[in-house]
Design a protein around this ligand. Structure first.
Ligand code: SF4
Length: 377
């Protein structure tokens, strides 16, 4: 594995286009993040509040899941608590069926279980509807960043990647977006299943809360007959207010001026001529509950700030990681993926501590990485 990691990193270092894309984008996005926090200073306090709420919910995760189940389940809504990635993939395939067309919006938990590759391997036609994620799908790659999956792709490269699909001349970003919009329209209308992620879940109302910037989440979660929401245990909050605050904090720290959409799903429509008829919520554990030594990782709200601040990430981008990338990606990999891969990845960390300074949840990321380096996990 170590030589494989070396190869990937050397490949990134030699690819000038990739490095240029990665450096420019991380610099720009980190600047946006500063501006965003200045414009929304209340987010700092909200971050402290939601961390406390997370702590309470994670004290007894099974109890939190059952509390959420009570308010969530009802007509057409099912919660499936699954311990492993294999179980989650098999159940999703069962719900989807091999013959289906699926539209999918961004989901890091979906990446964690390599859902797209798995479903495509079973003959399912799946379309990533987030533009960045669609680019990643077209190059058969993995997201380089938690919030902006194609952060390392220059405009020129994106145009080259899109051309074989849209087969139209695209002079700038606007024309690229328009062509992808046209391409996606009939996919939304013909899909039987929509797969979305969830940024937060509210126990008091049984709500699913998720954020998107492109509007694809709204179409993915309302047009198909069946919706699958793939999420994980650390997204549960006591109230809808906490859940919304968590989404706002995530977008502020990700550097968005204002996220375009915050969606709240409370149920399936009574009149099922429009809207989905079934919602399946996949609540994945994947070793989160069992792992005690790296528990602090579960406070992460996946804003990506730590990635943008990391000097190693800006050089080698998403090659430093395994599904979850850069600093916090290392403990995430140790919990949900392969521990030996996490250990190999940990040696690239310089322990500079910038990630800890920028993290809204004040997670001691270098401390977690040190534990992994020392094999104490
Ligand atoms: S560790 Fe902190 S800074 Fe990094 S993604 Fe998670 S919440 Fe954001």
């Amino acid at each position: 594995m170590f030589s494989h990691l070396h190869r990937r990193i050397l490949f990134s270092l030699r690819d000038d286009d990739l490095r240029k894309g990665s450096k420019e984008a991380t610099r720009e996005e980190f600047k946006n993040r500063h501006g965003s926090i200045e414009r929304h200073p209340y987010a700092v306090k909200w971050a402290e509040e939601i961390k406390e709420k997370k702590k309470v919910m994670l004290e007894d995760p099974l109890k939190s899941i059952e509390s959420f189940r009570k308010s969530f389940e009802g007509r057409g809504k099912y919660l499936h608590f699954l311990r492993s990635a294999d179980e989650a993939r098999e159940l999703i395939l069962n719900i989807v069926g091999n013959e289906s067309t699926v539209v999918k919006s961004k989901s890091l938990v979906g990446e964690e279980i390599e859902l797209r590759h798995f479903l495509e391997g079973k003959g399912v036609k799946l379309y990533e509807t987030d533009l960045g994620e669609f680019l990643v799908q077209l190059v058969n790659g993995r997201p380089a960043h938690m919030v902006t999956p194609a952060v390392n792709m220059t405009e020129r490269r994106a145009r080259e990647v899109l051309y074989p699909v849209v087969k139209k001349r695209m002079d700038d970003v606007v024309s690229m977006v328009l062509e992808v919009r046209h391409f996606m329209r009939d996919k939304f209308l013909s899909a039987n299943v929509g797969i979305i992620g969830a940024n937060a879940l509210a126990v008091d109302t049984g709500s699913i809360v998720f954020i998107t910037n492109e509007g694809n989440g709204a179409l993915t979660s309302t047009l198909p007959e069946k919706i699958i929401v793939i999420t994980s245990i650390e997204k549960i909050y006591p109230t809808l207010q906490d859940a919304i605050k968590a989404c706002v904090v995530q977008t502020v720290y990700a550097g968005f001026r204002n996220t375009t959409y915050i969606h709240i799903i409370n149920g399936v429509p009574v009149d099922t001529s429009n809207g989905p008829r079934e919602i399946h919520l996949i609540m994945l554990d994947n070793n989160r509950i069992r792992d005690d030594s790296l528990k602090e990782t579960l406070y992460c709200i996946k804003c990506g700030s730590c990635q943008l601040s990391c000097p190693i990430f800006s050089e080698v981008d998403g090659s430093w990681g395994h599904i979850y990338t850069a600093a916090i990606g290392i403990p995430w990999t140790a919990i949900t993926g392969d521990r030996s891969i996490a250990r190999d990845l940990s040696y690239l960390c310089l322990q500079c501590g910038r990630c800890r300074e920028v993290c809204p949840m004040k997670i001691d990321i270098p401390g977690l990485i040190l534990k992994i380096k020392r094999g104490r996990f």
